[in-house]
Write a protein that binds this ligand. Sequence first.
Ligand code: GTP
Ligand code: MG
Length: 197
Amino acid sequence: LFAQECHFTWGAAALDGLPPAGLPEIAFAGRSNVGKSSLVNALTGRKTLARTSHTPGRTQQLNFFDLGGRLALVDLPGYGYAKVSKSLVASWTETLKGYLRGRVTLRRALVLVDGRHGIKDSDGDILKLLDDTAVATQVVLTKMDKVGKGERERRIPEVEAVLKAHPAAFPHVLLTSSDSGEGIPELRAFLTDIAQH
Ligand code: GTP
Ligand code: MG
């Protein structure tokens, strides 16, 4: 699947601007700056498909990418905080929550969490929303190139303990780095499997 061509198809800044429901969708959700857009790029092997930045608040709409005519990857704006106004973040958050809550074609939510920081309250809110609407969820730790061995041994059980309280979330985390490539083949295989079922 990831050998197929991937291209941008649609950007939506509000719920009334979503594309018509079509392909099964995989959402990339997470706090601002966690590495959502970078992960879309790493998976597709395209450095500039999704725009990234070290300034939190880069992705300002829901961006849809068609992968081989089989799956849509949906790069969401971040929640939590950003280098833009509070009212703008609040409006993105409402839009992305509305999307996660109500999208019929949403097959999996990937909730990205910075491997250095673990699960924050704002992540807990999203995991709760996904429980309430029974969206199958996979938590993905990002930036693992920055997380040493000892820190991994603490962080992974700590995150998985939180997931026990979230029935929609798979109990184990995936470890990734868009920089080193760690976990990218495994995440591709995971998404390919979803596209085939
Ligand atoms: P918003 O769109 O603002 O919500 O951010 P985002 O979650 O899409 O993050 P983005 O992909 O733009 O990356 C944010 C910053 O983190 C950039 O400076 C990236 O280069 C950096 N980054 C992303 N992934 C990794 C990673 O795996 N390792 C390291 N070390 N840095 C990363
Ligand atoms: Mg982004």
